[in-house]
Design a protein around this ligand. Structure first.
Ligand SMILES: Cc1cc2nc3c(=O)[nH]c(=O)nc-3n(C[C@H](O)[C@H](O)[C@H](O)COP(=O)(O)OP(=O)(O)OC[C@H]3O[C@@H](n4cnc5c(N)ncnc54)[C@H](O)[C@@H]3O)c2cc1C
Length: 480
């Protein structure tokens, strides 16, 4: 079937306003939050599951690549159509279908924005726990595909712990439920398999999400340190004391300076690192834990220890952390945000190595960490118009990920593998591991869903591959 025939069929399903195919319009869909860029051939924006099913049937019959797209904030290239194909946008599937306050559940469409769900259920004193820093814009469908984490996932767990069931669309257009409203479901845990599969196995079309009761008491501390190693040690000490804060976030001096020059949440300028530590729960327990945490802080020569006095101050402290990536724009035109996870006890060692890499490549690296989880986000600052800087940033990112794996960590804490890290997968997995994972694509019969992502293609540098125009694993043009 020709491109024009497919466009015509899609227009009959969703209406011509929701089928985008002119190059100048497609440009808005060529990127996500990562470095790579590539144009889809068509963007189609369905309104409901039935339309998705019909679109998928056409794509399946014609072997057309399908790339799901939420808000395009992904940081590993998941929503990029690197081989062309059909990008299915979820921006019209934003309905909160049902809120069940008694059972602490909601059924929602995948285009719902993460923070909007918490706002909508707030009147029932409930909220949705996973809170990526991008939560004001990213969608729950994207969160599922990446198994996203967030600032408060240390205590409450990541996306997979909060989705108990899903309606999914298979590549041939069939609709299937995996999991449901009850917490336990017999048979294979297909829900668990689809979550984190980065749009390669199925498209999520309805979600049953778990809601939590808002905590009775919340306390938030800002601690400013003279050295990043002291801050790292405190993280390990808090966790080994048995307290599980809802969040322990760290930012280094460069990240603080970016935030202070734009958002200005009042972080101490002279600090080498700050920690934001939040504890929540029943009032008495929080009071006890705050005393214990304060004792740990006091063992160190802090520049400042501040406790948010009210909700306004608490929100202000978090505003800086949540806005840090945008704020990096004050320091450089681009950043390459690395996402690796290491054992917490290795924080000091790995941060020192990152510092050495920064000196070696002569590019600044700002460190932002979900420190409690050992999840590092070194942001390598560069100018993408300078190709040498761009190459150095990519090489440094690879080196950092290698270090993460060497110290017993993993390639991704929350941003997924996508295009960005697929070539590094052999650092963690052997051929049999990779084969057993990739066999799922055949089990789901989904080779046209987000093709050639996650798994290594054997090419060293995916960015070079895209730039040189090699467009598929087999070397043949997949689409039309
Ligand atoms: C400033 C900033 C801060 C961030 N902070 C965090 C953070 O704290 N924690 C974190 O985990 N991530 C973070 N991210 C990364 C990103 O926001 C998350 O990965 C998010 O889940 C992506 O959602 P999205 O709607 O933008 O998805 P997209 O980028 O559009 O897509 C991401 C992946 O999801 C797939 N997908 C989308 N919808 C569906 C669907 N319905 N069914 C199946 N697959 C689908 C796509 O194909 C793609 O593979 C941040 C990004 C930015 C830019």
């Amino acid at each position: 079937m020709s491109l024009n025939e497919i466009i015509y069929k899609f227009e009959n399903i969703v209406g011509s306003s929701y089928v985008i195919h002119a190059t100048e319009d497609l440009i808005a869909y060529e990127y996500d939050g990562s470095i790579d860029r590539s144009l889809p051939n068509i963007v189609v924006i369905p309104k409901n599951t039935k339309q998705i099913s019909e679109i998928l049937k056409i794509c399946y019959t014609n072997q057309v690549p399908v790339i799901a797209r939420g808000a395009g904030t992904g940081l590993s290239g998941g929503a990029i159509a690197q081989n062309g194909g059909v990008s299915i946008g979820f921006s019209r599937m934003t309905e909160i279908i049902e809120i069940d306050p008694e059972n602490h559940l909601a059924i929602v469409e995948p285009g719902v924005i993460n923070s909007e769900l918490s706002e909508k259920v707030s009147e029932y004193n409930l909220y949705y726990a996973p809170d990526p820093s991008s939560q004001q814009v990213c969608t729950l469908g994207g969160n599922i595909a990446e198994n996203s984490g967030g600032l408060h996932c240390l205590k409450y767990g990541v996306t997979t712990n909060h989705i108990i069931g899903m309606e999914i669309a298979l590549s041939n257009g069939d609709l299937v439920w995996v999991g449901d409203k009850t917490r336990e479901s017999p048979g294979y845990d297909l829900r668990g398999i689809v979550i984190g599969s980065e749009g390669t196995l199925a498209l999520a079309t309805k979600l049953v999400v778990r809601l939590l009761k808002k905590p009775e008491t919340v306390k938030t501390f800002l601690a400013a340190f003279k050295s990043i190693s002291d801050a790292s040690e405190v993280v390990s000490q808090i966790i080994s004391s048995g307290i599980i804060p809802s969040a322990i976030e760290m930012m280094d001096k460069l990240a603080i300076s970016a935030v202070e020059s734009s958002i200005n949440p009042g972080y101490p300028h002279n600090a080498e690192a700050i920690l934001l530590v939040e504890i929540d729960g029943l009032h008495e327990a929080v009071i006890e834990e705050s005393k214990d945490i304060t004792q740990i802080f006091k063992q160190y020569d802090l520049l400042e220890l501040r406790e948010a006095q009210d909700e306004k101050e608490r929100i202000n402290l978090w505003k800086g952390r949540k806005g840090v990536l945008g704020a990096l724009g004050h320091l450089a035109p681009n950043y390459y945000l690395v996402d690796g996870t290491i054992p917490r006890t290795k924080l000091v060692e790995v941060l020192e190595k990152i510092n050495q890499i920064s000196k070696k490549i002569k590019l600044p690296i700002a460190n932002v960490l979900h420190a409690g989880d050992g999840n590092l986000h070194p942001a390598i600052l560069f100018n993408e118009r300078n190709t040498s800087e761009r190459d150095k940033a990519l090489e440094a990112g690879a080196e950092i990920l290698k270090i993460c794996v060497e110290v017993g960590g993993v390639l991704s804490g929350e941003h997924g593998i996508g295009l960005e890290k697929q070539e590094y997968m052999p650092l963690m997995f052997n051929q049999s591991d990779l084969k057993s994972m990739s066999n799922l694509i055949y089990a789901f019969d989904s080779p046209n869903f987000n093709p050639n992502k996650i798994f290594p293609t054997g090419k060293k540098n995916i960015t070079e591959i895209n730039q040189s125009g090699i467009i598929s694993q087999s070397g043949s043009e997949i689409f039309i």
